[in-house]
Design a protein around this ligand. Structure first.
Ligand code: HEM
Length: 483
């Protein structure tokens, strides 16, 4: 930005261009919830950056410039926050926790969560990750033998929930090998419900419960019971082995120990809220990213072949990784993850609220002012990535050369995990999990097809996170197991 521009007085939200709306409702009636992100991105192409939007009585600033977004995300928690709506909506659904809190409340919880997800801790979890991935391999062996199509999204969520429950709660829930009433059935209801409620013109559910709200209440109650179960198991472990209080082995034990110290300021509600937060934050995001990655690889045979060759060279005679060093050597697979998250970030919209008067993207906002960050817009802009619509994982390799190589600023433009003090604490785990799952798949199977419901390109569906609709995977075993 030029010095002159820096010196310009901030603009007012009401002076910005934006899509024309109706009196009172503004743009509300134009919104299609499942395509909300695509609509906001399209309006950005028409009205420029930044622009304004009006949803009923709420006026929002919509920003696409990655530098302005990163600056605002760094300005947390003092100036920029998660929205009041999110904080209240999450609490109503039982996951008041580190994701849905602000200010001091947030700070108290964040350091504890960070400790549980640091790379050293995740490394010591590696043997359990291998065990869970072996179960995943067995599940897909059975599907390949039976010649059946795999519901990709559902199976990936079994994997991600088993991983997060093991890491954060020390609980082996093994949904990969269960066909019972798995916890995902309830988890899957929460983000779509939250998404609907965040967009609702009026919070009617606080006054009247429709049948859908009563059904939702039953899912929330089932989850509350599951969460209490994890907490009870962890308390039993702490009672049986008091030495664990000095060295808790996972997040839930650390939270209970902290909760039992009156100086911590943590409550039972904080512990329960964070348990559910981990399940929700760890499930969809990683599973949807993996689903997008498999979809994109299936549509780009050269990239798929390169990833498969890398995996098989690194694994040698093994069919899935058994040592962390093997995952560390999968540079191209990791590049595939970065390229997938550039084109298909599962959080393409980040909605924030000003804690006090501030200026974002050159626009003055009052305390409580709302803003939406279009986190994919910069990644699809030719000023930042050459031929931005092309899936080219190699652009992310360290020694990348040629016209498509990602510039030095790439990681400041593509921010799939957010930025600043509230950047995703699960990002190392997510990358490890994704590399593990892809290595198992490419080491053990040949991909026959990744099909969409209508044979066309995969549709993006927004329900708080952005997922591909209805992918079905068909696999063939790489070679018959020796008898
Ligand atoms: C590919 C996978 C994932 C993606 C793309 C992703 C993305 C994100 C994004 C965009 C945010 C908001 C960051 C911000 O406000 O700046 C976030 C926050 C968060 N993520 Fe992830 N995430 C992923 C996996 C995970 C996993 C595996 C966990 C572990 C349970 C996790 C836990 C969290 C938590 C607790 C927060 C809230 C942090 C805070 O507000 O301080 N995420 N994630």
């Amino acid at each position: 930005m030029s010095q002159a521009a820096l010196a310009d007085p901030p603009r007012r939200l009401s002076d910005l261009p934006g899509p024309p709306g109706l009196p009172l409702v503004g743009n509300s009636l134009q919104i299609e919830p499942a395509r909300f992100h695509q609509q906001l991105e399209a309006w950005g192409r028409t009205h420029g950056d930044p622009y304004r939007l009006r949803l009923g009585g709420r006026r929002l600033l919509v920003v696409a410039d990655p530098a302005a977004i990163a600056a605002a995300l760094r300005d947390r928690p003092a100036v920029i926050n998660r929205t009041d709506r999110l904080v209240r909506g999450a609490a109503e659904l039982g996951f008041a926790g580190v994701f849905a809190s602000n200010g001091e409340d947030w700070r108290r919880q964040r350091s504890m969560v960070m400790a549980a997800f640091d790379p050293g801790h995740i490394k010591s979890y590696f043997p359990s990750l291998v065990q869970i991935t072996q179960r995943f391999q067995r599940r897909w062996h059975r599907a390949a033998e039976a010649g059946s199509a795999i519901d990709l999204g559902a199976d990936l969520m079994r994997y991600t929930v088993d991983v997060i429950a093991g890491l954060a709660f020390g609980a082996d829930i093994n949904t990969l090998e269960s066909d019972d009433d798995v916890i995902q059935r309830h988890l899957d209801q929460i983000f779509p419900a939250l998404s609907r409620r965040l967009q609702a013109a009026f919070p009617y559910w606080r006054y009247v419960k429709l049948p859908a709200d009563r059904r939702l209440d039953r899912h929330v109650a089932a989850l509350r019971e599951a969460v209490q179960g994890f907490i009870a198991q962890a308390r039993a472990r702490l009672a049986a082995d008091p030495a664990l209080r000095e060295q808790p082995r996972n997040l839930i034990e650390a939270m209970i120990v902290a909760r039992d110290n009156p100086a911590s300021g943590l409550s039972d509600r904080d512990v329960a809220g964070n348990v559910l937060t981990m399940l929700l934050a760890g499930e969809d995001t990683t599973a949807h990213t993996l689903a997008w990655m498999l979809y994109l690889l299936s549509r780009h045979p050269a990239a798929l072949a390169r990833a498969r060759d890398e995996v098989r060279a690194v694994l040698g005679p093994e069919r899935l990784p058994s040592r962390p060093e093997q995952l560390a050597a999968l540079d191209y697979v990791e590049a595939c993850a970065h390229e997938t998250m550039r084109l298909k970030p599962v959080a393409p919209l980040l909605v924030m609220q000003a804690a006090r008067e501030t200026v974002v993207a050159g626009v003055a906002l009052p305390p409580g002012g709302l803003m939406v960050f279009l986190s994919r817009a910069g990644s699809l802009d030719a000023r930042h990535f050459a031929e931005p619509e092309v899936f080219e994982p190699a652009r992310w390799l360290k020694d990348a050369a040629g016209p498509l190589a990602a510039p030095g600023s790439a990681k400041r433009v593509s921010m799939p995990f957010g930025a600043g003090p509230r950047i995703c604490p699960g990002r190392y785990l997510a990358l490890l999990e994704m590399k593990m799952a892809i290595a198992m798949l490419l080491g053990s199977f040949e991909i026959e097809s990744v099909d969409t419901p209508d044979g066309g390109p995969a549709q993006e569906r927004m329900a708080f996170t952005m997922s591909p609709v209805g992918l079905r995977l068909r696999l063939r075993r790489r070679e018959p197991e020796a008898a």
